[in-house]
Design a protein around this ligand. Sequence first.
Ligand code: 13P
Ligand code: SF4
Length: 310
Amino acid sequence: INPALDLFHEIEVLKKEKNAVVLAHYYQEPDIQDVADYIGDSLGLAQQAAKTSADMIVFAGVHFMAETAKILNPSKKVVLPDLKAGCSLADSAPAAAFKAFKEQHPGHVVISYINCTADIKAMSDIICTSSNAQKIIESVPADQPIIFAPDKNLGAYLIKKTGRDMVLWNGACMVHEIFSQQKILKLKAQHPDAKLIAHPECEEAILQYADYIGSTTQLLKFAVTDAANKFIVATETGILHQMQKDAPGKTFIPAPPDNMCACNDCPHMKLNTLEKLYLCMEYEQPEILMDEQIRLAALKPIQRMLEISK
Ligand code: 13P
Ligand code: SF4
């Protein structure tokens, strides 16, 4: 790649040339967010992917997100800057083990968080994201037992919120599990005017002190509209870029991790770079391709989610 290339300009040219749309998650690096046509949380990105009229969806996010876009809109070419951009939650639920888990709990409705592979989606009844999970759970009759997978922290939070006793799969997000309760409490004491806002993938040890809990889009909206001027943000640091852009006068402090060596960046999300984004648009690969039978089976529970989320 020629170092003299203005990637921002080249990406705009490719968008027009190829009728491509760039969809980015809030955890992507700032440059990628700045070239995106749409930035959103998992639900917003799925909704955009389903309705786009572009010929190519350039998905600046992780694999399960690009795969969901392909499931929803199979006639489009879906490319991902780095095919290795995975997710610790999706990795925590291998298909064979999940199948056995389901068999151990017959008669349960399976609600799966969108952070899972197409194989898991194909074994699920309804998909949810952090922004609609409560609504999805409440759409299931009260006497119906539920399996919730793969995030145990989000699951535990939802059990508390809905009063439903769900069977949880033992998965977690490697980024949201590293926050230090002690350091956050210290920071709160140093900044008594700051509100703690947290993603529900965090552990209860953190969530119990949060002033507001929500998906990335919900956290951003809250931070921009709330009267407070200072926020301690317990989620991946990529979201701070949009927070600072949308509320330039406010202060956003990333919640500290437990260990000085740990970092709040998602190593999977951050595999994507502006350079890789440009290259995947230029060469139209790596492309998301999938088995049609799995796609159709995975589509059903996603469509149920989109129906309920309307
Ligand atoms: P949302 O953007 O839907 O809140 O998801 C957060 C996340 O961890 C995505 O991988
Ligand atoms: Fe997966 Fe967590 Fe990274 Fe999101 S932040 S992609 S849930 S590992």
